[in-house]
Each structure stands twice: as structure tokens, then as C-alpha cells.
Design a protein around this ligand. Structure first.
Ligand code: ADP
Ligand code: MG
Length: 714
């Protein structure tokens, strides 16, 4: 039987119904999908291991000979102990250390070891070691051959211990063994066997890259590359990386084909909704704005007006750090739609944020019909909203994901705002888009994506940048509070609350968790806070709080009836309480840099001096410390994003990975940025001239086209 890359994974020898089911759950359906599960690392039998450095938690290979074997029965367990000596350190002089190897319930291994301890038949051969240096282990047929063990080393008093390592004898083993990360319950050993079975019968039938690409970059053919990655004859990381690069390229290329196709598709939409922006509309806009817009806000608004007057539908990204004032610009765009007799929709990522926007909208859009639709809207009210939207009785609708529901239909939707765009994926963006004709789209984000990234990720969207914050804002002062000074800190904080400061206290957990025993929870800390802040009004919200209670508590906090709000990160994005001046973040090192910056952005939204206090967790890590120091050192979201990128590499900006934008399986936008750029250019040429595609890539593009045409509203 010949296996093809596109064959179902069940066609592989050794994959039954059950295994196929497990693979399917992990998105592995074809032979190619399985082969795309690259080895995490390799065991190299051709060169001796370096010295043992326990700081490095890695798998060690050790070679033992002249060992002593003992078997113990203990509480129904068969324990096999192998005692030997190993040389450690790269020397010279080489050091000798004692090692104990322990196996549980593997009685058959005792035969394996016993055979190798028996004295050799020819006394002259005794103690002679099987050569290690030729890798492919000459099978000398000798007894007393070495045993190779692979496992994680532990230091015990006076010896090293290896528990349940992998065992190989010196005979008949390959020079290089791939090590796989388990796929669900399917472990390394099984995977290795399956990969072997595939290559035994694999037919080289499906080249996924066009021949001119292979030639241009000198990539090897697909089957040769795959077998070189899974079953390399020699361990040479450089060569293996080179083989992998064609798959990294492919991953980026297909991503770019999809992205650019979708973008072009949206970009070329001819405008059908025509706007008149005359004096009357301008007066209405002026009447609704209570404060003086900043220069950047004025510019952003002008960009939008220009877009709405152009021949094509708007595709604009409004980018600005937390608190820079993006909402008002989005509201003004919606107002323009309303004044021209169109409907608008405002999509926000959380219910809390949606309700907050809705209540400011009721004040802002004085005589317009505004409504809100979220997961907690009761069925009857929901049905009524559906009707009124279709009849055109609602001018502007605010909502969460509930707006994407297929029952949400409009009479003449023309403008869609997506707040905090990084929380939504491309298809969600498209779903709302299809609810109107040539819809104008404005997306906002506070995720300060560095400029270089912005270019490659959002090059379909025109960008309006709000760089300066409204006048009179003071930079937030950020301080790290030592854990041991926590009680003292809260006592002083009480004094500040009594002087009229409004405080957020952020905790990582709702209730205690056995997995994060060291982290603080709302449940556990509430009695403590009640005691510390006795006599002061305190409110609590978390993801578990019912929506109406959440809103009530937040409204009370905004109104000043509550002065201390204890919360989880549910208040992370967008929440705007102008006169909140202090935020305390507990176990702060457990958050990413961008998330800390977002949380901190809940304060400093008015003219008063605001403070952010970071309390580290008990077991703070080195990188956690760095994150706190970075957060304390700057208030500039762009700088933080750049540092974040430096510290964590590509594919990481918090929030962005959720949208799948940077979530590559093997590619890394930062490490492989040249490959990324090349794939972007090539994808553009292929979309210009589709004859540059080959069979496989053409089929892929066809699927993208179909998907774009029939976006699924769910
Ligand atoms: P974000 O950009 O994080 O979404 P918001 O739009 O919520 O920020 O604005 C933050 C706060 O600043 C709000 O209370 C808003 O009313 C206020 N604000 C926005 N623009 C101005 C301005 N030009 N002058 C004064 N305050 C402003
Ligand atoms: Mg906002």
C-alpha cells in the first residue's frame, strides 16, 4: 500500500479508530498533519554527552557499564535498582560519580540488564566496551555491552538518580532518535513507531510549494525534507533547521495568501452608502462633544470623514494607548452614520464594557435610539430588538458577540465599530460586515503594536494614531510593594481612601485553586480586606458575578457609593471611571507586560495624579521581576510593547495571539522575519498572477475564496 501525504491518518499502519479519534481532536486528520508534528529534539548517539549540569533541566544520555543490579518488592511494586558509575564533566580530568537508575514495575528489564552484566565468554573480552564513537553501534555480538539511558537527572545526596529513563542497548540502534512531544495520550515511543511506518511506504506525491519557489530558495523536495527532519541520518541542527525552513516558509505563505486575499476582498468594496457631511451635521457633532478634542483626535476624525466621502468602504484602525480617548472618535463616526439616516453597530469584547459604552452612549446620542444586546438580554427583549433592528427603529446597537448571531439583521447597517479589535478574529470582523452593504469599518485597539509589526499585520487597514493623551493628564506613578510590607501598605491605603481616593484592587483568582496554591483569591482575601477597610464601602466583581450585579456594582463605584472595588481582570479592558486614582495589582508578576499596562490604564483617566501599586507573588520568578521593573519604569505603551517583544519573542503580544494572528505552529514572526517578509512578497505576486500557484496552493486559495464568500454567521 502506498501512502500519500493527503491520505487520512487512519491509513497509517498502527493507527486504529481510537488513535485516529485522538488525533482528530488535535486537528490531525491527514498523514501530512501528523508529519507536521516535528520532533521537539533528538537523541544523538554519535557524540558523547557533555557534563551534567542540573541547572539545565534537560534529558541526559548516560552510558553505563559494570553495573550492579538489585530487585526489590515493595507495596506491590517491583523496583529495579541499577547502580553504576558514570563520568561527568567534559574533563580532563573526568570526574566519576555514582548513579542509581530506578525502574518501577518493569520486571522484564532485569533480564535485559542481567544479560549485559554476565561475564563475556572469552575472558580476554571482559570489560571491553562497545565502541560509542561510530554512532551506528557496531554489533559486536559481545555480552557485557554498554547500556545507554535517557532521562532527567536528579541530584541525591552522594549520587545522581535517573528514574524510569529510556533504555537502549549498544546494539542495533540508529545514530539519531527523534524525540516527540506527546500528542494528548499518544507518547513519544508510539509516535516514533508511527512515523517510521509512514516513511516505510510514503509516496512523494504532493509538493505543496510551486517549483519556482523551490528553485528560488533552494528548498529540498517535500518528502526528502520530511524524512530528513523525522529520521535524520546524522544529528546536524543546522541541516535540520534548513529543512524546516521550507515548512516555515509554507506556513507563512499560506497565511499570507489567506490574509491578503481576504484583505483585497474587503478593500475593493465600492461604496453604496453615500454621506452628506454639511453644516447641519457639523453642528450636531459640535453639540455632542463636551470637551475640546486633542490634535490627534481631530486628525483621526478628519481621516474618518475622508473615508466616508471616498468611493470605497472604510477600513480603518484607530490605534491609541489606554486612555487616549478612542471612544469619542468612534461615537462621532456613529453619529455621522445616524445623521445620514443609517444604522450603526458597536461591538465590544465584554459585557461590562458593552454596558459601560451603552450608558455613555445614551448620554452622548441625545435623541437617537440606542439599544444594547448581550448574552444576558432576556429572550423577549432580544426578540423585540431583532424586530426593531430590521424595521430600522434602532439607530445604534451596542453589543457583545451576541451581535454576530444570524438573527441580528438590519434595515440599513452602514457603520460598524469594533472596540478592542485584537480580541476578535478576522472571521468575526467579517460576520458583522456582511450584515450590511459595503459596510464602513472602524476598529480600535489599545494594544500598542510596534510599528514594524503593524505593517505586516494590518497592512489592509488605514491607521489613525492617537499619540498624545488629553491635556492635563499626569503620568501614573507605579511602585512595587514588597510582600512583607503588605499589611502596612493596606493600612496606609485606608488613609488614602478616607481622603477620597477611589481604589481598584485586582486579584488573580476568584477562589483558591489547588493548581495555584500560592496565588491570592477574592474568596480568601475578602475577609482580610473587610477588616482592613472596615467602615469603608467596598464592592466585589469577578467573572462569576451575575451581569446585572456587575453593572450595579460598577455604577456604584463610578458614582462614588463604593470606594474600593475588589475585582479580577474582568475590568481589564476599556473600563472608564475617570476619578479612580489608585490601582493595586496583587500577584502582579503573574501577568504579561501588556496586560499589566492595560490594567494600570484603569487609572489616570482624569486630571488627578494616579498611582499603581504592584504586589509580587510569593514565588516570584526572575522574568516576573523583570516585568514588574519594566512596568514601573515606563508609562508608555509603545515602549512596553517593544520590550515585551524583546523579552518573549514573536507570537506573543497578549491578546493578539488569541485572534490567531501570530499563532504559528512552527514559524516565529520575530526569529524568521526574513522568511516572513519573503512569503509576504511571494503571496502578493501569486495573487496578482494565479498561474504562479501550483496544484496544492491553488486548491488552498480556492478554499479561502469559498470561505470568504460564505462566511458562517454563528
Ligand atoms: P480609550 O482610548 O482607552 O478607549 P476612552 O475613550 O475611554 O479611552 O477615554 C478615556 C477618558 O478620557 C474618558 O473618560 C474620556 O471621556 C476622556 N477623554 C477623551 N478625550 C478627551 C479630551 N479630548 N479631553 C478630555 N477628556 C477626554
Ligand atoms: Mg476604550
Amino acid at each position: 500500500m502506498d501512502l500519500k501525504l493527503e491520505s487520512p491518518v487512519k491509513a497509517v499502519k498502527g493507527v486504529g479508530e481510537k488513535t485516529a479519534g485522538i488525533f482528530a481532536k488535535q486537528g490531525i486528520n491527514t498523514v501530512f498533519d501528523l508529519l507536521f508534528h516535528f520532533p521537539l529534539d533528538y537523541i544523538d548517539f554519535s557524540t558523547p554527552a557533555d557534563g551534567i549540569d542540573l541547572q539545565q533541566k534537560k534529558v541526559y544520555r548516560v552510558e553505563i557499564e559494570n553495573f550492579r543490579l538489585s530487585r526489590i518488592y515493595w507495596k506491590k511494586l517491583t523496583i529495579l535498582n541499577v547502580n553504576a558509575k558514570i563520568s561527568t564533566g567534559t574533563g580532563p580530568p573526568k570526574k566519576e560519580e555514582k548513579i542509581r537508575v530506578v525502574f518501577f514495575n518493569k520486571p522484564y528489564l532485569s533480564d535485559f540488564f542481567r544479560e549485559r552484566t554476565a561475564p563475556a565468554a572469552d575472558p580476554g573480552q571482559a570489560g571491553k566496551k562497545t565502541p560509542l564513537d561510530n554512532g551506528l553501534s557496531a554489533n559486536t555480538g559481545e555480552k557485557n555491552s554498554s547500556v545507554y539511558l535517557y532521562g532527567q537527572m536528579e541530584k541525591k545526596p552522594g549520587f545522581f538518580q535517573l528514574s524510569s529513563p529510556m533504555v537502549f542497548s549498544g546494539t542495533g540502534m540508529p545514530a539519531v532518535q527523534p524525540l516527540y512531544h506527546a500528542i494528548s495520550t499518544i507518547k513519544n515511543g508510539t509516535l516514533r513507531k508511527l512515523m517510521g511506518n509512514i516513511f516505510a511506504v510514503l509516496e512523494d506525491d504532493c509538493e505543496c510549494l510551486p517549483p519556482w519557489i523551490l528553485e528560488k530558495y533552494g528548498f529540498p523536495a517535500i518528502a526528502a525534507a520530511l524524512s530528513g527532519i523525522h529520521l535524520p541520518a546524522q544529528y546536524n541542527p543546522g541541516v535540520i533547521d534548513r529543512l524546516k525552513s521550507r515548512f516555515i516558509y509554507r506556513e507563512f505563505l499560506f497565511f499570507q495568501l489567506e490574509l491578503q486575499y481576504t484583505r483585497n476582498f474587503f478593500k475593493k468594496v465600492k461604496r453604496l452608502n453615500h454621506y452628506v457631511i454639511d453644516r447641519k451635521v457639523k453642528q450636531s457633532v459640535d453639540a455632542n462633544v463636551e470637551f475640546e478634542l486633542t490634535a490627534d483626535q481631530v486628525k483621526a476624525y478628519a481621516d474618518i470623514v475622508n473615508d466616508l466621502k471616498s468611493d470605497f468602504a472604510m477600513q480603518r484602525l484607530l490605534q491609541g494607548d489606554v486612555g487616549s480617548g478612542k471612544t469619542i472618535i468612534a461615537f462621532l463616526a456613529l453619529l455621522l452614520a445616524r445623521e445620514n439616516g443609517f444604522q450603526g453597530a458597536f461591538l465590544a469584547p465584554t459585557e461590562i464594557l458593552t454596558n459601560q459604552h451603552f450608558s455613555s452612549a445614551k448620554r452622548f446620542f441625545k435623541d437617537a435610539e440606542v439599544e444594547v444586546l448581550t448574552g444576558s438580554t432576556p429572550p423577549a427583549a432580544r426578540a423585540r430588538i431583532y424586530e426593531r433592528l430590521l424595521a430600522g427603529e434602532i439607530d445604534i446597537i451596542f453589543g457583545t458577540h451576541s451581535l454576530l448571531n444570524e438573527n441580528v439583521r438590519f434595515k440599513n447597517l452602514s457603520l460598524v465599530v469594533i472596540d478592542e479589535q485584537h480580541r476578535f478574529g478576522v472571521s468575526q470582523r467579517a460576520a458583522l460586515y456582511y450584515k450590511g452593504l459595503s459596510v464602513d469599518l472602524l476598529v480600535t485597539t489599545a494594544t500598542p503594536i510596534p510599528r514594524t509589526m503593524l505593517l505586516s499585520l494590518y497592512n489592509d487597514l488605514s491607521v489613525s494614531l492617537i499619540e498624545t493623551k488629553p491635556r492635563g493628564r499626569l503620568p501614573i506613578i507605579t511602585k512595587i510593594v514588597a510582600n512583607r510590607a503588605r499589611d502596612e501598605f493596606y493600612r496606609r491605603l485606608k488613609g488614602k481612601v478616607e481622603q477620597g481616593n477611589k481604589v481598584y484592587i485586582i486579584l488573580p483568582l476568584v477562589e483558591e485553586s489547588e493548581f495555584f496554591a500560592e496565588l491570592r483569591s477574592i474568596e480568601k482575601e475578602t475577609p482580610y480586606f473587610k477588616e482592613v477597610f472596615v467602615g469603608l464601602p467596598m464592592g466585589i466583581v469577578s467573572g462569576r458575578t451575575p451581569a446585572d450585579r456587575k453593572d450595579k456594582t460598577l455604577a456604584e463605584f463610578a458614582a462614588g457609593k463604593i470606594e474600593i472595588l475588589v475585582s479580577t481582570t474582568v475590568i481589564e479592558v476599556g473600563i472608564d471611571v475617570k476619578d479612580a486614582t489608585i490601582i493595586v495589582i496583587e500577584d502582579a508578576d503573574r501577568y504579561g507586560l501588556s496586560q499589566l499596562h492595560q490594567l494600570r490604564g484603569r487609572v489616570g483617566r482624569g486630571g488627578q495624579q494616579s498611582f499603581c501599586y504592584l504586589i509580587p507573588s510569593v514565588n516570584i520568578s526572575e522574568s516576573g521581576k523583570q516585568r514588574l521593573l519594566t512596568t514601573a519604569s515606563t508609562d508608555d505603551g509603545f515602549k512596553i510593547a517593544e520590550i515585551d517583544l524583546e523579552m518573549r519573542g514573536g507570537g506573543i503580544i497578549t491578546g493578539l495571539e488569541q485572534s490567531g494572528y501570530l499563532d504559528f505552529r512552527i514559524g516565529d514572526v520575530k526569529r524568521d522575519r526574513e522568511v516572513f517578509a519573503a512569503a509576504r512578497r511571494d503571496a502578493a505576486s501569486m495573487l496578482q498572477d494565479e498561474s504562479l500557484l501550483n496544484g496544492h496552493s491553488a486548491r488552498f486559495l480556492e478554499q479561502v475564496k469559498q470561505k470568504t464568500r460564505s462566511i458562517n454567521f454563528s
